[in-house]
Design a protein around this ligand. Structure first.
Ligand code: PEP
Ligand code: MG
Length: 885
């Protein structure tokens, strides 16, 4: 087994074996870029180290040989004071884990080498500074001496010498420090600092291997779901010094702006410094543009390197470099992390530059990038005061006054205040408060906590699990680090995209579907097969949906219209009516209002299908709550009040009570028992359509029956409703092409879909109910009781009300599609449950051959992208299947 690769020989594509940094160094070397000579010890060797519990037999012999080769290449000698070779020993795993593992610089120095280096560079101060840095790093990382102890000695010396900054220390001060560092090491470890460079190298390699499993690295991998058994590679690289004087320096540069995606070099640079000085933030670095004037030649070289690397990797790069006495060296390159905005801009412009295809551009954008871009954002250019940081649970920015209870949130919101709800955590009782708030901040809970899930669903920004703040509900305040106290009514901003909590009002910018994002989504429309429809109950939602690219309405829940203030009293009378005549009278009033609603929606969606679902929820949802009413009536009775109306209402509510309303008199069952309600709705739909048709429009209504479990239900309802539809068309003297279909939201409906399709002209999977009925989890209660413990304990891998359970619910859907199309090959099938806007679920909907997904308007852009990605992924998996045949 080959354990060691020189940069000239390693395969830069093999990050598994060489780690990200090693692979990058190999690629850069082989592209002819200026990289200091060096080699990589493989991740496989690290795994071997963990298996054996020590460095594998023979490894150090190979390292010695490699060092001899390195000496030849550089013309320097390891441990030779007259011309010393110094190296850095750097960690580098397959996935970048910035700052999590260890690196040792200036290795190979000792009491003699420092003298030699001073002579050779003619710079005594530089040599002693390099030595003390090495002692400090080696002592801390390899020998395990506490870092603060070195810092104490250093600071003490500065005080003693009256030095304001590190640069004020002289060579002899640094020499004294080095001596004290060695004493400290002896004192702490009981052993002398190892003077033998090869011994240093061996210990450093082992320390880097060990750092793979230090607690912060493990925690990082847990968070980012990086497997723990990959191991790290070790890079041994010839040292180049950025701190050799004013003709030297070090910096970091991106090939494009990682915040905006603009195509220009972007980065920072420090003159006369080593890499760690940039990271430590001791001195303020200069902008990379300033190099253009100071060192035009180096700037030009960097541009050249950037272009070569982008052409090779076909992606934006984040590079580290050092300039030693006017010569540029590249020390690292990797794909640069970027904001959602930059991700979209870069992908689109790279496709236009011909670096990548449009398909690749689409595959590079994650659905959450689009989601982030469409929420109002905290202006990234604004100067803000961040007071705490938590988890970025739901993207976007929100400004408001702090409140500590849902009641207050609702109360203040009603008065027109924008509020931020601050709670230790939230529960289902807080949903009303969350809806009333602009955003939510919690001090406990993770990315799947109630607050996180609910706010993401609502598209509201949230920062959760912000443990840095201490909430005192009694006093009505929270404390942030640094003594900041925020009281009820104070204004804060939360940035759900970054997880930051900001003091006062930060400027927000309104995103729009334009520019590169609009362009990318158009490319998506060219490749996707799934259509994207919207769940919209009101004309304003329908309008927004169309702006975002909706191709139809997949669900218009008519009951929401009944809950409105001017309608609820009329609908209550419908329910309370004693005679059919009385009921019909009230229904006629409602019908007029409904017709107006439908007409407006059909008009906005002119030419596109609009699925209108007939009344679904149990009737008692429209009446006062039983317990409350009972209490009022009893109080009245005790006081001897005359309350005939209330007594009657109570009787009616009592009569309609059900132990399991979700499985009770709802859905099409209502339509069968109270046909007048459905008839009124169908009449309103058809009248609206006929009027529009007469006005020269092209309405395309589709009437949908909820909660069907048996085809006979549909037969009965259809017969009656078709009669109404015919009557209306005759009255108006126009013909409307409408469809009659059903939701599939009960397992029996999916299991008998072939029968159901004999009557239904379209199916729409109501996966909210279908999930509830398949799991036997109440969708109203599960999330506040056992569902989150189930997720925490890993019993369920994800919340099935959010992401489709392909294995169970999905099996029913697949069956429903196959059976339904067996009877009616051109059956239109879609999904309108919450899952219709969830990218992973959309992929599945593509796979099983649905015609469309329907989701809330603001998720339409995400759905357009997810549908395109699903189409591209299945195309590429088909191609690779063919290739293996
Ligand atoms: C469903 O059950 O998935 C659905 C869309 O209907 P509702 O959520 O209104 O029950
Ligand atoms: Mg339903």
């Amino acid at each position: 087994m080959k354990r060691l690769y020189f940069f000239e020989e390693g395969d830069g594509r093999n990050k598994d074996l060489l780690g990200g940094k090693g692979a990058g160094l190999c690629t850069m070397t082989q592209l002819g870029l200026p990289v200091p000579a060096g080699f990589v010890i493989t991740t496989e060797t690290c795994r071997e180290y963990y298996k054996l519990g020590k460095l594998p037999e023979g490894l150090m012999e190979e390292v010695k040989e490699a060092m001899a080769k390195l000496e030849q290449k550089t013309g320097k000698k390891f441990g030779d004071p007259s011309n010393p070779l110094l190296v850095s020993v750097r960690s580098g795993a397959k996935f970048s884990m910035p700052g999590m593992m260890d690196t040792v610089l200036n290795l190979g120095m000792n009491d003699q080498v420092v003298q030699g280096l001073a002579r050779l560079t003619n710079n005594e101060r530089f040599a002693w500074d390099a030595y003390r840095r090495f002692l400090q790093m080696f002592g801390k990382i390899v020998l395990g001496v506490k870092g603060e102890k070195f810092d104490q000695i250093f600071e003490e010396k500065k005080r003693e010498k009256g030095a304001k900054s590190d640069l004020d220390l002289t060579a002899s001060d640094l020499r004294e420090i080095a001596e004290e560092f060695k004493q400290l090491i002896k004192q702490e470890t009981g052993q002398d600092f190892p003077q033998d460079p090869m011994k240093q190298l061996q210990l450093a390699i082992e320390a880097v291997f060990k750092s793979w499993n230090n607690p912060r690295a493990i925690e990082y991998r847990n968070f980012y779901k990086i497997p723990h058994d990959l191991g790290t590679a070790v890079n041994v690289v010839t040292m180049v010094f950025g701190n050799m004087g004013e003709d030297s320096g070090t910096g970091v540069v991106f090939t494009r702006d990682p915040a905006t995606g603009e195509k220009k070099l972007y980065g920072e640079f420090l003159f006369n410094a080593q890499g760690e000085d940039v990271v430590a933030g001791i001195r303020t670095p200069l902008k990379i543009e300033e190099l253009k004037e100071k060192w035009p030649e180096i700037y030009r070289q960097l541009q050249d390197v950037a272009e070569k690397l982008e052409r090779h990797y076909r992606d934006m790069q984040d590079m580290e470099f050092t300039v030693e006495r006017g010569k540029l060296y590249m020390l690292q390159t990797r794909a640069g992390k970027r904001t959602a905005l930059a991700a979209v801009r870069i992908a689109v412009s790279m496709a236009k530059e011909g670096l990548i295809s449009k398909e690749e551009a689409i595959l590079r954008i994650e659905p959450n990038h689009v989601e982030q871009l469409l929420h109002p954002q905290v202006d990234p250019k604004a100067k803000v005061k961040v007071i705490a940081k938590g988890l970025n649970a739901s993207p976007g920015g929100a400004v408001g006054r702090v409140v500590f209870s849902s009641e207050k949130a609702k109360e203040w919101a009603e008065k027109g205040e924008k509020v931020i709800l601050v709670r230790p955590e939230t529960s289902p009782d807080d949903v009303g408060g969350i809806i009333a708030s602009a955003g939510v901040l919690t001090s406990r809970g993770g990315m799947t906590s109630h607050a996180a899930v609910v706010t993401r669903g609502l598209g509201k920004p949230a920062v959760v699990g912000c443990e840095e703040i201490e909430i005192d509900l009694e006093k009505g305040e929270f404390r942030a680090p640094g003594g900041v106290v925020i009281r009820e009514g104070d204004v804060i901003t939360i940035n759900g995209t970054s997880g930051e909590v900001i003091l006062g009002e930060a400027p927000l910018i309104q995103p729009q579907l334009r520019g590169e994002l609009a362009e990318l989504l158009q490319w998506c429309d060219e490749v996707r097969r799934l259509q994207t429809w919207a769940n919209a109950d009101y004309p304003r939602d329908a309008k927004r949906a169309r702006e975002f690219g909706a191709q139809g309405i997949g669900l218009c829940r008519t009951e929401h219209m009944f809950f409105e203030e001017d309608r609820l009293p009329i609908f209550r009378r419908v329910i309370m009516a004693k005679t059919k005549e009385e009921r019909l009278g009230y229904l006629e009033q409602l019908g007029k209002i409904q017709k107006k609603d439908f007409k407006e929606i059909l008009e906005v969606m002119d030419g596109l299908p609009v699925i209108i679902r007939l009344l679904d929820p149990p009737l008692h949802e429209f009446l006062p709550r039983y317990e409350k009413l009972l209490e009022e009536v009893i109080t009245g009775r005790v006081k001897g009040e005359l309350q005939r109306e209330k007594e009657e209402l109570l009787k009616r509510v009592e009569a309609m009570r059900e132990a399991n309303p979700m499985m009770g008199l709802r859905g099409c069952r209502l339509g069968l028992l109270f046909p007048e309600i459905n008839e009124m709705q169908v009449r309103a739909i058809m009248e609206a359509a006929c009027e529009l048709k007469k006005e020269g429009r092209d309405p395309k209504p589709e009437i949908m029956i909820p909660l069907t479990c048996h085809v006979n239900e549909l037969r009965k309802i259809k017969e009656r409703l078709e009669r109404v539809a015919r009557e209306v068309m005759e009255e108006y003297g126009v013909q409307i092409s409408y469809k009659f279909g059903t939701m599939i939201e009960v397992p029996r409906a999916a299991l008998t879909a072939d029968k159901i399709a004999e009557v239904a002209e379209f199916f729409s999977f109501g996966t909210n109910d279908l999930t509830q009925m398949t799991f036997a989890f109440s969708r109203d209660d599960a999330e506040r009781s056992f569902l989150f413990p189930y997720l925490e304990q890993g019993i369920l891998p994800f919340n099935p009300f959010q992401t489709l359970d392909k294995e169970g619910v999905g099996k029913l859907m697949r069956m429903g599609v196959e059976l339904g199309r067996r009877t009616r090959p051109d059956l239109e099938i879609g999904i309108c449950g919450e899952h219709g806007g969830d990218p992973a679920s959309i992929e599945f909907c593509h796979e099983i051959g649905l015609n469309y997904v329907s989701c809330s308007p603001f998720r339409i852009p995400v759905a357009r992208l997810a549908a395109a990605r699903a189409a591209l992924k299945s195309k590429s998996s088909k191609i690779s299947e063919n290739q293996t045949l």
